[in-house]
Unconditional design. Structure first.
Length: 201
């Protein structure tokens, strides 16, 4: 899968192993992130530009498409209307792993877990200077938030304790990370020297 921006819209392409485009379709305005689940559903999160646009695909803040471009999940807005979850005004981070979809967003700064397209759990009011968060990894009972302002942030889902942590190389030297990417429990740390991986347990 390749996602790119063209003129005023965001496009997703499905390609084969040789790079040939098999299908492509628009996924709305203001795309923040795209990740694919175990069922080949493409989950797309949006920032405020898309959420407050005229494009209905973007307005709920999170939606899923199949590989043909058909919407297969657009029910988050119903959870908001029923006051089960706060509205998404800006989705800071998305983590899709297996049949689980994890979100961290403004407003109210919850972490939300969907499983098989259904709401499973919500942790409310995790306010950690959220505008700096752009990714997070998911462990058994804890999260690692990746920020663009220095240390990683370790958050316990059992006691709500928050701690800073610094990624290091095998010699204990702090890494100068240029970019973080997270999928499931794995953090990919991009540095000028190479890519490091760390897996939460």
């Amino acid at each position: 899968m390749i996602a790119y921006h063209q003129e005023d819209e965001n496009i997703v392409c499905k390609c084969n192993g040789f790079g040939k485009v098999l299908s492509e379709f628009s996924i709305g305005e203001g795309v923040e992130d795209c990740q694919v689940d175990i069922n080949d559903h493409i989950w797309v999160s949006y920032f405020d530009e898309g959420i407050f646009s005229e494009d209905p695909r973007s307005q709920a803040g999170i939606v899923a498409f199949d590989v043909a471009g058909n919407v297969v999940y657009d029910r988050y807005g119903k959870l908001v209307v029923d006051e089960i979850v706060p509205p998404i005004d800006d989705c800071y981070a998305l983590n899709v792993t297996g049949d689980e979809v994890w979100l961290y967003y403004y407003s109210d700064f919850p972490v939300v877990k969907l499983k098989n397209h259904q709401l499973e759990t919500i942790w409310k009011n995790i306010d950690i200077e959220p505008s700096a968060v752009h990714a997070f990894a998911v462990g058994t009972d804890h999260l690692i938030f990746c920020t663009n302002k220095g240390p990683l942030l370790h958050y316990s889902l059992t006691n709500n304790k928050l701690e800073q942590c610094v990624p290091t190389d095998k010699n204990g030297k702090a890494l100068q990370v240029e970019r973080y990417v997270c999928r499931g429990p794995i953090i990919y740390l991009h540095t000028l020297q190479g890519i490091y991986t760390y897996k939460l347990t």
